[in-house]
Ligand binder design. Structure first.
Ligand SMILES: *Cc1c(COP(=O)(O)O)cnc(C)c1O
Ligand code: SF4
Length: 334
């Protein structure tokens, strides 16, 4: 008897299944020596996994161990160092978890944590140590989380977050978005996702239709840190989002040796705007364990902002912010 046909994967799901899961394989593809990794580096991937899809790997310059895209994803033994002032939950997000899947910290907006996974693992991630096993929304607790939103009429915007919310299938997103659309006090649906940048093949008309048809006004906030991340494939995906009339913003993280130069940040803003994206936030690094080697000081950040304000039109200057534990909004640094 022939085998039962396997449920076929969408091309983007197949691309994710074929992603590099081991740093040595990525180094081979980039013609770089394995000596860039030590035993300690490999231990770092046991704490926080390694994942890089081929669609991202092709944007890394071969043979360059200091490539700014590579540095975002290549594990380093510095991750194993403990640094004073760095902790597993610097934003005290766990206090803001109201019920499973709901992170409610700011007035009027709630984060719905619907995915623990991402399409890439960024070594500087502030949710490296996030307790997804306890906090992530599962299909079974969805009603409790939706009731939390239904019961609080001050909430006007739901932000799908994670991990990366666009890892969910279209059908699951569609069902969730329909339920959210039925909550009458909601006005906007925001999606925080790095996937349009990392795995642009995920951006399909079926997904965008579902957002367009919702009663809620959709906003997509992507996450790109470097102009070299925006290649033709990404531009095409972003242009497709725009044709559905969806607002597109970018948030970036200021990262040492990756984008801590005025020319790079200027180019990032220009390249994003050309692709239909407005720069929104530039985040100072959150002080999460294992990320201290990415930190850029506040003074350096202020000098960079001064250059950006001088060279760019005001609407292309992102807001420099720091996320803190007990503030009513992300604190502007000026
Ligand atoms: C960043 C963030 C938001 C959204 O804040 P905006 O300033 O509206 O972009 C909401 N909730 C949490 C917990 C956040 O970290
Ligand atoms: S995509 Fe976002 S949540 Fe995922 S690892 Fe990168 S920074 Fe963290």
């Amino acid at each position: 008897m022939p085998n039962k046909p396997k449920q076929s994967l969408q091309p983007w799901q197949q691309a994710l299944a074929n992603a590099y899961t081991c740093p040595q394989d990525l180094l081979d593809f980039l013609s770089l020596p394995h000596t860039l990794l030590s035993q300690q580096t490999l231990e770092a991937t046991r704490k926080f996994p390694f994942l890089v899809p081929h669609s991202y790997a092709v944007r890394i310059n071969k043979g360059n161990p200091r490539d700014p895209l590579l540095l975002q994803v290549l594990p380093s033994n510095q991750e194993m160092q403990l640094t004073p002032g760095y902790s597993d939950d610097p934003l005290q997000e766990q206090q803001a978890i109201k019920t499973r899947g709901i992170l409610h910290k700011y007035q009027g907006r709630v984060l719905l944590i619907i995915s623990s996974g991402c399409a890439i693992y960024c070594r500087y991630c502030f949710r490296r140590e996030f307790p997804y096993a306890e906090a992530q929304l599962t299909r079974f607790q969805e009603e409790t989380a939706l009731n939390y939103i239904r019961d609080d009429t001050s909430i006007t915007e739901v932000i799908l977050s994670g991990g990366d919310p666009l890892l969910l299938s279209d059908s699951r997103l569609d069902r969730l978005i329909t339920k959210l659309g039925n909550i009458t006090h909601l006005k906007r649906l925001r999606i925080h996702s790095r996937i349009p940048i990392i795995l642009p093949s995920r951006i399909q008309p079926s997904l965008l239709h579902c957002l367009q048809q919702s009663r809620l006004t959709p906003v997509i906030v992507v996450h790109s840190n470097h102009p070299a991340e925006i290649n033709q494939e990404v531009r095409t995906a972003l242009a497709q989002i725009k044709t559905f009339g969806i607002a597109l913003l970018n948030q970036a993280v200021l990262l040492k040796d990756i984008n801590d130069q005025a020319e790079i940040l200027t180019e990032l803003s220009e390249v994003l705007f050309d692709a239909g994206v407005i720069p929104y936030y530039l985040h100072l690094l959150d002080k999460t364990t294992g990320t201290a080697h990415f930190d850029v000081t506040e003074d350096q950040a202020l000098t960079l902002m001064e250059s950006l304000r001088t060279t760019l039109p005001g609407y292309l200057v992102p807001k420099l912010v720091r996320e803190t534990a007990n503030a009513a909004y992300k604190l502007p640094i000026a």
